[in-house]
Design a protein around this ligand. Structure first.
Ligand code: NAP
Length: 498
């Protein structure tokens, strides 16, 4: 720690944060204290909000929606606020990245990279605010003209997870705001700070009061109450498939609010023998280790053509051994800490399950303690069979299971052998094979000869039990609108009663 710049040291004492409703910072005695997963040192104290606080936040968002100061202004004016937000994030990027590291445990270099993407999300949201439009029908006959209006859906409840607290927030907020909606956000209790920082940033950028509210607290209290709330028009939920299912029940039992669900994944990376194997191995190492594998689009199932499988697994193991795991505040670290104690235990339990089921650990397979933090070596299992827990379950950790195939049909079949359908990566030098396999694997995001590439212009979302709807870009904005069909009679209407 001694060689770190002062701003990258741990805070002397945990910093206190309020919650943000109707443009005002509020506080309560009841607080949640968060320790940095990389160091075991208390860093933040956020409010445990009550259900009354949530109701206040929803009322504020409703008033801000109805008064039209946001929903009724032009797309150009909304774009102005979003562009100013991007500029302020640029100015505060070090501070935001620092809090991401302290609460999540991700490496500082990665956190800074993610913030570049967040800035791009606000810039893209600004463009989308100006581009949003409806449609018209000029083919309804001489006397009838049809217009399709896109209107903001209203008050959105946004529930985000702890793995990418700021990035997932920024992949949604600009597009929600671009549509003209107002929102109430509930971040994961363990990573709330950067969602609160965004409130300061949006306020400075000129967002009208009440349009962005943050209520902190646990998922079981505040999160669940949001999904059951009768005055929230839509929930955008990102998290586990189990809680996503609970959101569906809660929406059905309350006001039939619309749901956007971004859920889990067990994503394949398919490597054909004709691929650039060195590059594919580098991508596979990155795909399972990025964000310590606590990533919905982690490529956690390697599906490699049998004739190069041994060579490829050795190449991959050698690369994984070189990954620098450790203190997330160290700028040279590539893989940081596991974010929560519960997740640390879950990952270690899966590693044990893999070993006892007979899979072979080629690299990693163990935890290590470092400066009071919780860390796990990126792990590669070979000899995995499709019935093992490490083959079927989303582990949400740096644990990669390797399978082999002989034909493209078999590769597709293994890739689709999951309840999930979030993302996939494919490596081959044959374009026809690449396109043919891409069309047959059921996943919402696909990378050919690359991995986790993309920009906020491209939609995000899953097939099967990985979710409903799409976030980001023009597709993302449209999710937060509803369509009104308007019929205009251009002549005198024929009377019904003569
Ligand atoms: P989680 O337990 O489902 O929690 C996600 C969010 O929901 C948190 O804010 C949590 O609050 C809240 N929550 C918990 N119980 C709730 C309930 N009954 N009703 C409403 N909200 C509730 O998921 P996680 O463990 O944080 O995140 C990991 C999961 O997210 C993985 O499955 C991963 O694949 C998925 N994920 C998906 C995407 C995607 O884009 N598809 C992206 C990232 C993550 P608290 O944390 O405060 O309890």
């Amino acid at each position: 720690m001694d060689q770190l710049a002062p701003k990258h040291r741990l805070p002397d004492q945990p910093k206190e944060f309020g919650y943000f409703v109707d443009g005002l910072w509020k506080s309560r005695e009841d607080r949640f204290e968060r320790a940095s997963p990389g160091h075991g040192v208390a860093v933040s104290r956020t409010v445990r909000c009550t259900l009354d606080d949530l109701n206040d936040a929803v009322s504020a968002a409703r008033r801000a929606f109805e008064n039209g100061f946001w929903a009724d202004i032009s797309g150009a004016e909304r774009a102005g606020v979003l562009l100013r937000t991007a500029e302020i994030i640029k100015r505060r990027r070090e501070e935001v990245a620092y809090w991401e590291v302290l609460e999540n445990g991700k490496p500082i270099s990665q956190a800074l990279g993610e913030i570049e993407h967040c800035i791009a999300c606000f810039e893209t949201g600004a463009g989308a605010a100006r581009a949003l439009h409806g449609d018209s029908f000029n083919n309804l006959g001489k006397d009838l003209f049809g217009m399709v209006l896109r209107e903001p859906i209203g008050v959105v409840g946004l529930i985000t997870p702890w793995n990418f607290p700021f990035l997932i927030l920024c992949e949604r907020v600009p597009f929600i705001l671009a549509s003209g909606c107002t929102l109430v956000v509930k971040p994961s209790e363990v990573t709330s700070v950067t969602t609160l920082l965004l409130a300061e940033i949006l306020e400075e950028a000129g967002l009208p009061r009440g349009a962005y509210n943050v209520v902190t607290g646990s998922g079981r209290t505040i999160g669940q109450a949001m999904t059951e709330h009768h005055d929230i028009d839509m929930i955008s939920f990102t998290g586990s498939t189990a809680v996503g299912r609970a959101c569906v029940h809660a929406a059905a039992d309350s006001n039939f609010k619309k749901l956007g669900l971004e859920l889990g994944g067990k994503n394949p990376i398919i490597v054909f023998a004709d691929a650039d194997l060195d590059s594919a191995a580098d991508a596979a190492a990155f795909g399972i280790s990025f964000n310590t594998g606590q990533c919905c689009v982690s490529s956690s199932r390697l599906i490699v053509e049998v004739k190069v499988a041994n060579e490829f697994e050795k190449l991959l193991a050698a690369k994984m051994q070189k990954i620098v795991v450790g203190d997330p505040l160290d700028p040279t670290t590539q893989v940081g800490a596991i974010t929560t104690e519960a997740q640390n235990k879950t990952i270690l339990d899966y590693i044990e399950k893999g070993k006892s089921a007979g899979a072979k650990v080629l690299v990693g397979g163990a935890k290590f303690d470092h400066e009071g933090g919780q860390y796990i070596q990126p792990t590669l299992f070979t000899g995995v069979t499709r019935d093992m827990a490490i083959a079927t379950d989303e582990i949400f950790g740096p644990v990669l299971s390797s399978f082999t195939f002989e034909t493209a049909d078999e590769a597709v079949q293994i890739a689709n052998d999951t309840v999930y359908g979030l993302a996939a990566s494919l490596w081959t030098s044959d374009v026809s094979k690449a396109l043919s396999v891409t069309r047959r694997v059921r996943a919402g995001r696909f990378w050919v000869n690359t991995i986790m590439a993309g920009g906020p212009e491209m939609p995000l979302g899953g097939f099967k039990q990985s979710g409903w709807g799409r976030e980001a870009g023009v597709y993302g904005v449209e999710e937060y609108t509803q369509i009104k069909s308007v019929h205009v009679d251009l002549a005198k209407r024929q009377p019904w009663i003569s």
